[in-house]
Design a protein around this ligand. Structure first.
Ligand code: FO1
Length: 304
């Protein structure tokens, strides 16, 4: 079975690990809206989280970065007067240094990511949704903030006026992503933040149409239980986007292309509203606290 997983960062990592273990022909299409120039290098958190997770080197507790990494470079940067609020580890910095060097030499983000994937020995494809720069921007009463400034530097505290995707309108889906979705048997939307992780992909012209036209069954695992996300600022960002902060809101947001969604058994009362959208709704234990849960849910998503 050819499976394409649409993935953000920390919220998606556990399901990706489960999907990787199902030994299907897996392609990960990664969000690029979190990408940021930091300390002179180009950091791509969602691509790196997917690569590190599948290679088994990620820091599971934090959900980002490399397990056991040191932060010597960051300490030195602070001594030189840099605020250094973004905790880029030393080995993680090496990834971004290499990526920046290759991009400056003319390589595309798709090529650079493929190099990283190979270096980590991964069997699946990892593709950025676009090679063009797209940034998730959070409009706050104090001005626009990049998602990393909002979430990491400001700890997600400012009031969110709206969310927009800088550069998305002139971005193009890569031919590799187009081919992967056209050839897929199943597209799995990971339990990522619908606004800041899946939203930037849907904002790239043509991407939603690719999903609606695809012969693949498009299925999602909800990132919400009740009105709370399993991680990150999804609730706050959904509210700012005028979307219900629960699995019904997520299904509504994806309803143009979604065939089925798996939601928490605790949200059984929501299934009638979801089915009314034309989306098949399955109940499950959606909390992934053990590796067995990751594999169980991955298998469920390949069957619903
Ligand atoms: N998240 C944090 O909460 N604090 C950090 O200092 C931080 C550093 C960081 C460095 C590299 C990287 O790839 C990710 C990092 N993240 C950090 C995670 C990141 O901010 C987001 O969780 C993802 O962008 C969400 O997908």
């Amino acid at each position: 079975m050819r499976v394409v997983a649409l993935a953000g960062g920390t919220g998606s990592a556990k399901l990706l690990r489960g999907l990787y273990r199902t030994e299907t022909d897996l392609t990960v299409v990664a969000n690029v809206g979190d990408n940021i120039w930091m300390y002179g290098v180009y950091v791509c958190p969602d691509i790196d989280i997917a690569c590190y997770t599948l290679a088994g080197v990620s820091d599971r507790a934090r959900g980002w970065g490399i397990a056991g990494d040191s932060f010597e470079a960051l300490g030195s940067l602070r001594k030189l007067g840099e605020a250094a609020w973004f905790m880029l580890g030393d080995r993680d910095l090496a990834t971004s240094l290499r990526r920046t060097d290759m991009i400056r030499s003319g390589a595309s983000l798709t090529e650079v990511t493929n190099g990283l994937r190979k270096a980590l020995g991964l069997k699946c494809s990892i593709l950025p949704v676009t090679d063009d720069p797209v940034s998730t921007m959070i409009a706050t009463p104090g001005g626009d903030l990049h998602l990393q400034e909002f979430w990491v530097r400001e700890k997600g505290l400012p009031r969110v006026v709206r969310v927009w995707y800088r550069g998305a309108r002139s971005a193009r889906v890569t031919p590799e992503v187009e081919a992967s979705i056209e050839g897929a048997d199943r597209v799995v939307v990971c339990p990522a933040n619908p606004i800041s992780s899946i939203g930037p992909m849907l904002a790239v012209p043509g991407f939603t149409k690719l999903l609606t036209k695809s012969n693949a069954r498009v299925v999602a695992l909800s990132p919400m239980e009740g009105s709370h996300p399993f991680s990150g600022p999804a609730g706050k960002l959904l509210k700012a986007g005028g979307v219900r902060q629960d699995s019904v809101g997520v299904a509504e947001l994806y309803s143009r292309f979604l065939d089925a969604i798996v939601i928490s058994s605790r949200d059984a009362a929501m299934s009638t509203k979801i089915e009314a959208l034309g989306v098949n709704c399955t109940l499950s234990d959606t909390l992934m606290s053990e590796p067995d849960d990751e594999l169980r849910l991955a298998k469920e998503l390949l069957e619903v």
